[in-house]
Design a protein around this ligand. Structure first.
Ligand SMILES: Cc1cc2nc3c(=O)[nH]c(=O)nc-3n(C[C@H](O)[C@H](O)[C@H](O)COP(=O)(O)O)c2cc1C
Length: 304
């Protein structure tokens, strides 16, 4: 499966299909399970400075028609305790990307330095969580605030920095350009979209936080359009995320302009082996189209 090997932001990946942040990222063991199942790399849960317990239940609503709504509230053990999990995964040879979130540019920079010290291959900035007040998309939907975070992190670490953008914006291209100008090495897109569900029996919102982030099959067309638009606006690589569950989905993201993809919601059902299945399927698709590498397919739909 050599044709799947790829190098993005100076980091080698055995295939372009990564575990997305927040799914299976709680422990070194689950990160390793995704890698052993065939993932090209894994992104950690977004980690903050202090332990956070997140929101009370219910935090997840699953629906066969549109996918998943979650408002976890960024539960995480804090960077100090989480180090152990990253070290475990690294000791097993896993390619790990460290995801961080903060309330200020300085906090993002400090957390990124701590991740760098652990030995991860790249940093992904969660500038896009739709349901944690003061974090994420409140910073990430303002190009100025986003650029300030990226600049602070870039001057604090040597590692490649991936800026994860929110789809809750009217202007993906401006956000992408702001991240690129501030020095981001890549753009990850998309995070979840704000949504909600109401229980017609209790007549109350289902999630304790009322609204949450929508992920899964329903958001694939939105993710594809976002990647397409950003690809035409920037020159740095894009990591495509949103609603991927089949090899064809991965290929569509590559054609739209993604150099790598991340898979989240589908892993909850498909488990680690899903990554192997996706990788084999993508390899077959490349062969069918006479393509000799992943990079030959990146953005190909723009050229046809
Ligand atoms: C339960 C859950 C937790 C998530 N936690 C995070 C997180 O901590 N950091 C982050 O950047 N994205 C987080 N996400 C967003 C995913 O990484 C991804 O961007 C989104 O779910 C779209 O991909 P998918 O449709 O393959 O799930 C989370 C998603 C879900 C469903």
């Amino acid at each position: 499966m050599d044709l799947l090997q790829t190098r993005v932001t100076g980091v080698d990946f055995r295939n372009p299909i990564l575990l997305a942040s927040g799914i299976w990222g709680e422990s070194g063991i689950s990160l390793t399970r995704a890698y052993e199942g065939g993932a090209g790399g894994v992104v950690t849960k977004s980690i903050g400075s202090e332990p956070r317990s997140g929101y009370p239940n219910p935090t997840i609503e699953k629906n066969g028609t549109w996918g998943l709504l979650n408002a976890m509230g960024l539960p995480n053990p804090g960077i100090e305790s989480y180090g152990e999990e990253v070290r475990y995964a690294l000791s097993r040879g896993v390619r790990v990307v460290g995801s961080v979130f903060g309330g200020t540019a300085e906090e993002f920079a400090r957390l990124s330095q701590a991740m760098e010290a652990l030995g991860v291959a790249a940093i992904e900035l969660n500038l896009s969580c739709p349901h944690a007040k003061g974090y994420g998309s409140e910073i990430g939907s303002d190009p100025e605030a986003l650029a300030e975070v990226v600049r602070a992190v870039k001057s604090a670490v040597r590692l490649p920095v991936w800026a994860k953008l929110t789809p809750n914006t009217a202007d993906p291209a401006s956000l992408g350009r702001a991240a690129e100008r501030a020095g981001a090495d890549a753009i990850s897109a998309i995070n979840t979209l704000r949504g909600m569900a109401i229980d017609p029996v209790t007549m109350r919102p289902i999630l304790s936080h009322v609204s949450g982030g929508l992920s899964g099959p329903a958001i694939k067309p939105i993710g594809l359009a976002f990647v397409w638009q950003v690809f035409e606006a920037v020159h740095i690589p894009i990591i495509g995320i949103g609603g991927i569950s089949r090899p064809e989905d991965v290929f569509e993201y590559l054609l739209a302009g993604a150099s790598l993809v991340e898979v989240g919601t589908a892993v909850m059902e498909g488990g680690g082996p899903l990554f192997g299945q996706l990788a084999r399927g993508v390899s077959d698709i490349l062969v069918t189209h006479g393509l000799k590498s992943v990079s030959e397919s990146v953005g190909a739909a723009h050229r046809r």
